[in-house]
Design a protein around this ligand. Structure first.
Ligand code: BTN
Length: 328
């Protein structure tokens, strides 16, 4: 361990032992056996690393918040999967984890590559939207797969990811999750997660697919932009407690791998049937906005390709594959 890191850790230990009390610069200097100027330099360094440290001239310093950083080594050590997560690319900030995973796919990266970032400067959402991606609070993860399925069946991969994400959130937090067609994960009717799948395919076969999953984990409700298409929240907003992102990530990857094995061994219907049970719109009157057009009808059924069958009137039905649904 480097000298700076060693001293930083000693300072943090002193703070932890003093619970919520202020510790004077002199006490830190005596305990750690460095000058007061060095204490000040290390406090500034810790602040730059995301530690929130109060200081009051007459009282000294007090540790208020420890940053929540993920460590790629810890992640690699914790994931117990055979395919997904065998290779991991970890970044402090990227434009979009999906872009990195698509590039890796084009360069021949193996199936199962996970691209993870603490923040994204150009996080991508569905239908050309932006995915708000502040650093160190949420999960932004993209998974590269090379599935042996035909392009028309590709939407089942998004269904699989939605199922795994909903299940992982429930397993880690105890929250009840719903899937809103086509692939939003909701808690209490508010969006906590979204999925963006991109693929490189030929007419007959898929070369590679990237499944990008964003989960609002510890973002404060006040930090969401006001102009969002639908109400959004985070797991912190729902539970009132910070959620361990590493634990959620590992649970997600393990759940996804189990579902991927199901898909490969039992086929598309094994995912489709479970996905249908988690969607709550069948039988409801809905509006769907689709490239400037609004379709109104009753959500009647899904097709195994992920299409939504809408009954427009007693004679007419329409199948759509994308759009924003709102329940009337
Ligand atoms: C949606 O619009 O609901 C889909 C959001 C998908 C966001 C994730 S975050 C990780 C990955 N990288 C991106 O740029 N987008 C996806």
């Amino acid at each position: 361990m480097r000298q700076t890191e060693l001293i930083d850790n000693l300072i943090i230990d002193v703070f932890k032992n003093s619970r919520d009390n202020f510790v004077s610069g002199q006490t830190l200097s005596n305990k750690i056996k460095v000058s007061r100027a060095a204490v000040w330099k290390h406090i500034e360094g810790l602040r730059k690393r995301g530690y929130v440290i109060d200081s009051i001239p007459s009282k000294g310093y007090r540790l208020v918040e420890i940053p929540d950083r993920m460590s790629p080594d810890e992640i690699k050590g914790s994931i117990k999967t055979g395919i997904i997560g065998k290779d991991l690319l970890f970044f402090d900030e990227v434009d979009s984890t999906n872009d990195i995973a698509m590039d890796s796919g084009a360069k021949g990266a193996a199936e199962g590559l996970v691209v993870l970032a603490e923040g994204q400067s150009h996080g991508k959402g569905r239908m050309g939207r932006t995915w708000v991606s502040p650093k160190y609070v949420n999960l932004y993860v993209s998974i590269l797969l090379r599935p042996d399925i035909s392009p028309p069946h590709a939407p089942v991969l998004t269904m699989m990811a939605a199922l795994a994400t909903a299940q992982a959130i429930t397993d880690v937090t105890g929250l009840e999750t719903m899937i809103k067609w086509p692939n939003d994960i909701l808690v209490d009717r508010k969006k906590v997660s979204g999925i963006l799948t991109e693929m490189n395919a030929e007419q007959e076969r898929i070369n590679y697919v990237v499944i990008g999953i964003g989960i609002n984990v510890n973002m404060k409700n006040g930090d969401f932009p006001e102009n969002l298409r639908m109400p959004a929240t985070s797991l912190l907003g729902c539970t009132g407690k910070r959620v361990d992102r590493m634990n959620l990530l590992c649970t997600l990857i393990e759940t996804l791998e189990r579902d991927y094995e199901d898909l490969r061994n039992k086929g598309v219907m094994s995912i489709f049937e479970r996905w249908c049970k988690r969607c709550d719109i069948l039988g409801r009157h809905i509006n769907v906005s689709l490239q400037g057009e609004v379709i109104t009808g009753v959500a009647e059924d899904f097709t195994p390709e992920g299409g939504l069958i809408i009954r427009l009137d007693w004679r007419k039905k329409r199948v759509i594959y994308a759009g924003d649904v709102s329940i009337i």
